[in-house]
Design a protein around this ligand. Sequence first.
Ligand code: GRG
Length: 297
Amino acid sequence: MKIKEYLLVKKQLVEDALHRFMLESDGTFDDHIEAMRYSLFAGGKRVRPILCLAAAEAITDNPRLLNDLILVSCAIECIHTYSLIHDDLPAMDNDELRRGRPTNHIVHGEAEAILAGDGLLTFAFELLSNPKSDLPQLNRLQIINLIAQAAGPKGMVGGQSLDIAGENNDISFEQLQRIHKSKTGALIRCSVQAGAIGAGATDEEFTCLSEYGTSIGLAFQIVDDLLDATSTTELLGKTAGVDQQLGKATYPSFFGVEKTRDLALNAVDNAKQALIPLGNKAKQLTDLADYIYLRTC
Ligand code: GRG
């Protein structure tokens, strides 16, 4: 299947599953549930869940395992969506546009937006620990642990803290790399790793996929820096040029746009190299790496 079609098919699979799993208003907690649904169903690209499913497909074609991983991939999307809601808050990036619509706090108010993020984060772990899953218990525990680490103090949340501390400050390239690796890279890498573990990857396969996840996480963030510097608010569905406005160090601020493009391509090449031992089974992951470089939003 060509990558464009693959992305469409998998995105639909994830959307359908999110609609199946996500809470609906039923007369109790309605404001909270509507605030969570507002951002979850605002049309993200669903890159992380798709990476999780594609990594699993590079290891197994067992339909039962692949089906159980849909739940895991939805949990990861809930965590990602929570991070976007909180990132947009007045106390953080103070942004008014996300996924092509007004941000959560603009529509639901700041308190409800904070709670929507909290709700999505916690709901993710409810999904991950769903007793109906057929994934082997040990694999599930490993997945939950990896996701908690990637989203937590030494992953995304810690990275966000470093990012905020770095605003309007001169930070070194090493510090920028640490921010990117933890704030964005960790959740992307663990999406790939979760798919690998759920599919029963061997240690060697897990190592290849982890290397792929690290490089693809870096490529994703470098491209994000590039798009923020060179694209438009209309195309991105979120405010462009925010990094410069907030005085944030980025790849283009260190290297300029052209060299940054080369560095993104280099990260994509490293990601593809890591897949070589997996052979043809990793075709979709290879194509996903190219998509991440070529994406326009
Ligand atoms: C608030 C704990 C906390 C963390 C926030 C994710 C994040 C950390 C901040 C978002 C800021 C940002 C622009 C990061 C760059 C990479 C990134 C996560 C972009 C948005 O992800 P996409 O492009 O978004 O996958 P969609 O909307 O398609 O899901």
